[in-house]
Design a protein. Sequence first.
Length: 128
Amino acid sequence: MTRRELDRLRGQHPRLEADAENPQKFYAFTSRAGGFYASTNGAESFAVTESGLPVAEGFGGGFGAGSDGGNVSVAPGREGDVWISIRSAGLFHSTNSGGAFARTDGVRQATSLGLANPRPAKIIRPFT
């Protein structure tokens, strides 16, 4: 699928996210169709990597995930570490650039997810 073809999914409100470590990787998810797409060429083209994700129930807008209840988050510092929150279905995680997702146990609903790198450790030196 080319970027132009991905643009045609606008009616399904795809979420586009760049990989935090690899500038050539981009990810797109449409919760209305339950499809996840990955690009390895700077978003020039996309391939379906997972089509078995839940389809989100329709929502009329709201916090975190727009109108259709799906959101993509990419972990900083780890290439290919992708999370999808689906308001009506929970939280899903992939460590292989979206090749496969596993549902996170115990999470039935998720509106959004924020990921960040930890602060660098401070070295405390005693006075000498």
